[in-house]
Design a protein around this ligand. Structure first.
Ligand code: PMP
Length: 407
């Protein structure tokens, strides 16, 4: 049986073991922005380029066949990680942003003026702007479901926002800015009672262990590889099979066709219909390696460890005078967003950086949420399974030091 041993896990991540500036050990607490990569993922990328590099799906030669197998095996590994029913429902994209844009430019392009898309006040810009672009193009309406001051979604308001005009509910699974875990299954049920499809932005949920898209029941589920120990530039769109089948192509080009003539082109089947051009082969393979790495960890132990970090960090930073935690939903992932009464997040973040503590400051690509909360931004510490209580202590101490220096 596997047990979760954070010290052992940390040894897998070379980037965690370095000093920044002079002799200042790095304390990496910006995991919601991007995670570090374990050696197996780094090695997998090297091996691919050293031994397997070739174009996929059209080569008669051995290397191309190997690359194609590795790329399609990667799809299977991701299918397994999210428990999708078939490989064909795993579409490789550049990340969450491209996945949502894909849906907006295919599913969305079929909407009509007056049709409504429902989002929430805690969405990342990636789940706001594509719908606004569609509003500008075809005149759809955007309905925004409010949240409480604690950062909890108002489900009654969501229910009331659903009408005959609603064509999609698009909602974040876990808020990158607040850590709130939304009850996505309940949201899917509410929407499906009215035959409304649901897109779930899973960018912040997949880093905490395998997810089950069938259990969630969403019609679309999007995520990025780089937040779950994989490479940048690769991500996934999962979709319900009939939904993906019904979509028109997104990009046109090689790989996505069945037959092309100047008069007419027929398209390939899933998943290739939605993957035009040479895909990001290496990074898909690297992402699969990351998914296997996380799956091989003891998920329960890892979840307990992350909860412990969240509780401990919440307790430690709450003792700092003049600092409050932004986002206190009862269901939270290991994200601690903070605001000082009298200090700007950027000033504090800059001092933290000099002390080796890497956090995020600013609006976290959620400007409407910051406006709703009346804040210029927050100071965000986001914990991965490889962080420790020592990291929390370093954070709390650095916050104290920064506050003293700035006051
Ligand atoms: N949604 C959420 C909730 C996110 O946290 C992020 C990344 N910060 C994105 C979408 C966009 O992801 P990417 O930039 O990798 O496309």
């Amino acid at each position: 049986t596997r047990t979760f041993d954070v010290e052992q896990v940390r040894r897998d991540f070379p980037a965690l073991h370095q000093d920044v500036y002079d002799d200042t050990p790095l304390v990496y607490l910006d995991n919601a922005a991007t995670s570090q990569k374990p050696q197996v993922v780094i090695d997998r990328l090297s091996t691919y380029y050293e031994q397997e590099n070739s174009n996929v799906h059209r080569g008669v030669h051995r290397l191309s066949q190997n690359a194609t197998d590795a790329y399609e095996d990667a799809r299977e590994a991701i299918r397994d990680y999210i428990n999708a029913p078939t490989d064909e429902q795993v579409i490789f994209t550049r990340g969450t942003t491209e996945s949502i844009n894909l849906v907006a430019n295919t599913f969305g392009k079929r909407l009509k003026a007056g049709d409504e898309v429902v989002i929430t006040e805690m969405e990342h810009h990636a789940n706001i702007v594509p719908w606004q672009m569609l509003r500008n193009d075809i005149g759809i309406e955007l309905r925004v479901v409010p949240i409480s001051d604690e950062g909890v979604l108002n489900l009654d308001a969501l229910r009331n926002a659903l009408t005959e005009k609603t064509k999609l509910v698009s909602v974040v699974h876990i808020s990158n800015a607040l850590g709130t875990i939304n009850p996505v299954k309940e949201i899917v049920d509410l929407a499906h009672e009215r035959d409304i499809p649901v897109l779930v932005d899973g960018a912040q949920s997949v880093p905490h262990g395998p997810v089950d898209v069938q259990d969630i029941g969403a019609d679309f589920f999007c995520f990025s590889g780089h937040k779950m120990c994989g490479p940048t530039g690769i991500g996934v769109l999962y979709g319900r099979h009939d939904m993906l089948t019904s979509l028109p192509p997104y990009h046109g080009g090689g790989d996505m066709i069945d037959e092309v003539s100047f008069e007419k082109t027929t398209y390939a089947d899933l998943p290739h219909k939605l993957e035009a051009g040479t895909p990001n082969i290496a990074d898909a393979i690297g992402l699969a390696s990351a998914a296997r790495y996380i799956s091989d960890l003891d998920t329960d132990g890892m979840t307990r460890h992350e909860h412990d970090l969240l509780d401990y960090a919440t307790e430690q930073v709450s003792m700092i005078p003049g600092l409050s935690i932004v986002g206190t939903a009862p269901e939270k992932a290991s994200v601690v967003s903070m605001a000082f009464d009298d200090l700007h997040p950027y000033d504090v973040g800059t001092i933290l950086d000099r002390l080796g503590v890497a956090v995020r400051t600013g609006h976290h690509c959620t400007q409407p949420l910051m406006k709703r909360l009346g804040l210029p931004g927050t100071l965000r510490a986001s914990f991965a399974f490889y962080n420790t209580r020592d990291d929390v202590d370093a954070l709390a101490e650095a916050l104290d030091t920064a506050a003293t220096m700035l006051r």
